[in-house]
Design a binder for this molecule. Structure first.
Ligand SMILES: [Mg+2]
Ligand SMILES: [Zn+2]
Length: 187
C-alpha cells in the first residue's frame, strides 16, 4: 500500500512547550505517549513529517546547531521506539521578518509537498495552535487539533469557526488515523 503523509507540529504536540522557548536538547521533553504515537503511525504506513515555527532562532535565543541537536534527540527517541521521522522543516524567522513560512503561512507545507512529491490535499495536519489549524486549512489539508500545549486555548478561540477533529493528545489522534486507515484497507 502507498504510504500516507501526516504532518505534525512540534511544540505542544510532540513535546512540552515552554514560554521561554526550547533552546537545548535537555529542555526538549516528549509529551507522554507522543513518541510511541509516531512509532505507531510509522508502523501503520504513514510517513511522519514535522513542520514547526522556531522563532527562537530569529530571536537569537538558539542557533541552528542547537536546533539540529534538539531534532537529533527527537529523531533518536522516535528511532529507539521503532519509528521514523521522514522530514523536518522549520521556520527560523522572527515573527516580524514577514516571511511566508511561519505558520499560518503555508510555505513549510508546500516545501514538504515538493520534497516528498506528495499533494497536500486531505493530508492530516496535527497541531495545537490556531496558526497550525489555519495553515492546514489554507493548503487544503485536514486539520486535527490536540488539546496538549495551546490546544485547550485554541479550541476555545476557534469555537467551531474552523471544523477540526479534536483529540486529547497525539496518541489519541494517531489511534484515530490508524484505525481509519485500517478501515479503508479492509472496506
Ligand atoms: Mg505548537
Ligand atoms: Zn519563516
Amino acid at each position: 500500500m502507498a504510504r500516507r503523509l501526516v504532518i505534525l507540529d512540534r511544540d505542544g504536540v510532540i513535546n512540552h512547550d515552554s514560554a521561554d522557548f526550547i533552546r537545548a536538547p535537555d529542555e526538549w521533553n516528549a509529551i507522554d505517549g507522543s513518541i510511541d504515537a509516531i512509532a505507531r503511525l510509522s508502523a501503520a504506513g504513514f510517513d511522519v513529517a514535522v513542520a514547526t515555527n522556531q522563532s527562537g532562532v530569529g530571536r537569537k535565543l538558539l542557533d541552528l546547531p542547537a536546533l539540529e541537536a534538539i531534532h537529533r534527540k527527537m529523531r533518536r527517541e522516535v528511532r529507539d521506539a521503532g519509528g521514523d521521522i521522514t522530514s523536518i522543516v522549520f521556520c527560523p524567522h522572527h515573527p516580524e521578518d514577514g516571511c511566508d513560512c511561519r505558520k499560518p503561512g503555508t510555505a513549510l507545507f508546500t516545501r514538504l509537498a515538493r520534497e516528498l512529491g506528495v499533494p497536500l490535499d486531505g493530508v492530516p495536519m496535527i497541531g495545537d495552535s490556531v496558526r497550525d489549524i489555519e495553515a492546514a486549512t489554507a493548503v487544503g489539508g485536514r486539520p486535527l487539533l490536540v488539546l496538549t500545549g495551546n490546544g485547550a486555548e485554541t479550541a476555545a478561540t476557534l469555537d467551531g469557526r474552523i471544523e477540526t477533529l479534536t483529540f486529547a493528545n497525539l496518541g489519541d489522534a494517531a489511534t484515530f488515523l490508524i484505525d481509519e486507515l485500517k478501515g479503508q484497507g479492509t472496506g
